[in-house]
Design a protein around this ligand. Structure first.
Ligand code: OGA
Ligand code: NI
Length: 354
């Protein structure tokens, strides 16, 4: 299409990145990132993110010294990287492959089929892309399907795909597995900090929200100047990410971008701002982004674990004392403020500082 580089945002937003790629279009100027001076091409080192075996925390046969050592490893991973690769989570690799497969199958359907689940203007859930960008912000080279999965009464099933046929069933099962995993992870994190094991679960509340974001990163003809997902920290408590076998996710550590290795049976558990608040700054909310790839499409499924709506959360009392004074205020529905800042390409964590 002539003049493709100056197309207005509203027009671009009515279309999906996948459509533009199928039509052989070059990325329009709104997709070119402006605030990234360095070359996106790297090479980027692989991140040596610790691999934690969650089965050591839940099994009664684990020797306590072994469990203690794994807890220390967990704590150290969350203080330095703000994330860890979880194995031993009880979800068979064959089922993880099934999720990867239905995700791919959903996005590989014709556009008319996917558009049945399109999100409306201002809506969060459904199939779509970025909302209208704020002044000076660029768009991400990706399409997504966003669904609230728990509590069940918050589900809006009109956005849940009928096809591929097994999609709903797979997502329902994954949701139950994610509930079990968040329980194990939240308890283990508490124990690693010598806190009462249910303290984070109590802060998240019984109606803590799980939502699933299925991401599809199309091949990009200009990977050096276009990002799949701009740098950000999540506004969640924490996020559990299922990657496929295509690298692309990167985490920032000491001003260096590292590529997160893809491990078939692992789930990446990444701290969001609200865990940084609850741990009074001990665990780090990891800044991350996704780079694009010229040859291969990439899919991922991010499950966001966020405190119950309207529930106040704040630094655990046991982590606040004279030596480590309170760094954050109590907040509620922090993810809403986070989203406003995110759209302006900014972090929101300072709004929670004392
Ligand atoms: C996100 C995210 C990473 C990925 O959805 O917030 O960071 O690998 N996703 O897609
Ligand atoms: Ni993220």
């Amino acid at each position: 299409m002539a003049g493709a580089s100056t197309l207005p945002a509203d027009f671009l937003l009515s279309r999906r990145v996948q459509e533009m790629v199928i039509n052989g279009e070059e990325p329009a100027s709104l997709y070119i990132c402006r605030d990234e001076k360095e070359d996106q091409n790297g090479p980027f080192p692989l991140a040596p993110i610790p691999i934690i075996d969650l089965s050591l925390f839940s099994s009664s046969t684990t020797i306590s010294a072994e469990r203690e050592e794994e807890l220390q490893k967990l704590k150290s991973a969350l203080c330095s990287w703000g994330c860890f690769q979880a194995i031993g989570h009880g979800i068979p690799t064959s089922f993880l492959d099934k999720i990867r497969q239905v995700t791919r199958e959903f996005f590989e359907q014709p556009m008319e089929e996917k558009k049945k689940y399109s999100k409306g203007v201002g809506e969060v859930e459904g199939y779509g892309g970025d909302p209208t960008p704020e002044e000076g912000q660029f768009l991400d080279w990706q399409d997504r399907l966003f669904l609230t999965v728990y509590p069940e009464d918050l589900r809006d099933t009109k956005f849940w795909p009928d096809t591929p046929k097994s999609f709903r069933e797979v997502l329902e099962y994954y949701t139950t597995k994610m509930r079990m995993m968040t329980e194990t992870v939240s308890k283990s994190m508490a124990k690693s900090l010598q806190l009462e094991e249910n303290c984070f679960l109590n802060q998240f509340g019984e109606r803590a929200v799980l939502s699933a974001r299925f991401n599809y990163y199309s091949c990009c003809p200009r990977p050096e100047i276009v990002l799949g997902l701009k740098p950000h920290a999540d506004g969640t408590g924490y996020t559990i990410i299922l990657q496929d076998d295509v690298e692309g996710l990167q985490v920032l550590k000491e001003e260096q971008w590292f590529t997160v290795p893809t491990i078939p049976d692992a789930l990446l558990v990444l701290m969001g701002d609200q865990m940084q608040i609850m741990t009074n700054g001990i665990f780090k909310s990891a800044v991350h982004r996704v780079v694009t790839n010229k040859e291969k499409e990439r899919t991922s499924v991010a499950v966001f674990y966020t405190p119950e709506k309207q529930k106040e959360i704040g630094p655990e009392e046991g982590l606040v004392n004279e030596e480590t004074p309170r760094l954050f205020k109590n907040v509620k529905d922090y993810e809403i403020v986070h989203w406003e800042y995110y759209q302006r390409g900014m972090r929101a964590l300072h709004t929670a500082q004392v």
